[in-house]
Design a protein around this ligand. Sequence first.
Ligand SMILES: Cc1ncc(COP(=O)(O)O)c(C=O)c1O
Length: 341
Amino acid sequence: MTLYLDNAATTPVRPEVLEAMAPYLTRFFGNPSSHHEVGEAAASALDDARARVAAVLGMRAGDVIFTSGGTESNNAAIKGIVLGSGKRHLVTTGIEHESVIASADYLARLHGVEVTHAPVDGTGTLTPAALADALRDDTALVSVGYANNEVGTVQDAAALAAVARARGVPMHLDAVQAAGWLPLAGTGADALTVAGHKIGAPKGTGILAVRGRLPFEPLLHGGGQERGRRSGTPDVAGAVAVARALELAEAERSEGAARVSALRDAFIARVLTLVPGARLTGHPERRLPGTASFVFPGTNGETVLLELERRGVVSSSGSTTSLEPVADAVAAAVSTVGSRG
Ligand SMILES: Cc1ncc(COP(=O)(O)O)c(C=O)c1O
């Protein structure tokens, strides 16, 4: 059996999710735009999935757009809201996922949008004061990651959204890493990204929720599906899957976050004790339950990872309920790499 420690990269499809989506790949295969029995069965499943997602996000069903994943949702949110606003200034940070950074670059290159990368502090936190300094009268959007995909730092989304709202600026929250760990409702965000494959739905599924009143220029033009905000015949099975996965993630969130945070803290403490000079990166407390990130002076990450794999950490036999053996392997790997100079 493989010990898989890379759930921030992707997760396996959950059996409950597979079971929920399967009928929409086979028996109920209709096109939801078709006005007959087969199409209507698909349309009603899509409506149902939309309502379920909206309930978890604390938004309205009409706000929910089903997409192909986090990258598409981030592109659609940033380009769609900025271009729909008629304004030409975007605020984000320098520590966002590439899909945010590259969407901002695209707007700068081809649409003359000015991009401000608001500074984050040494823990990867964007403070409300730093955001306030970056806002201008012509700011179209703030786009910020709820939790960082590398160091795991969690932003105070509600405080940031309040700062943006006070200036009349909408905020987009990239919640790809946060889903399943942090509450997605009540953040105050006007737009929110979720990727299905990080929470037990298949790759190629995702959500973008955009509050209905926001002007939005779609990425995909065509038959006007998803209220004209994402044309193309919808992936009904994918929508059912991501809705089910999100509901399950939300139902298990509190218990899971508490359990995994305790494991993470024990793991961090052990690594810091065993590895001389090791430094924890990201915020010491406001971090994702499942993320631990370190700097080991005198080594580089790739070499440590290779050495860890050689020691069977990425694929070791047996299952584990504690990360102690992994912390021991990290210490051994760093010491081996370090002693090679
Ligand atoms: C914070 C964040 N945003 C966006 C993405 C992109 O999501 P996807 O892989 O579904 O395109 C990722 C993927 O790792 C991510 O971690």
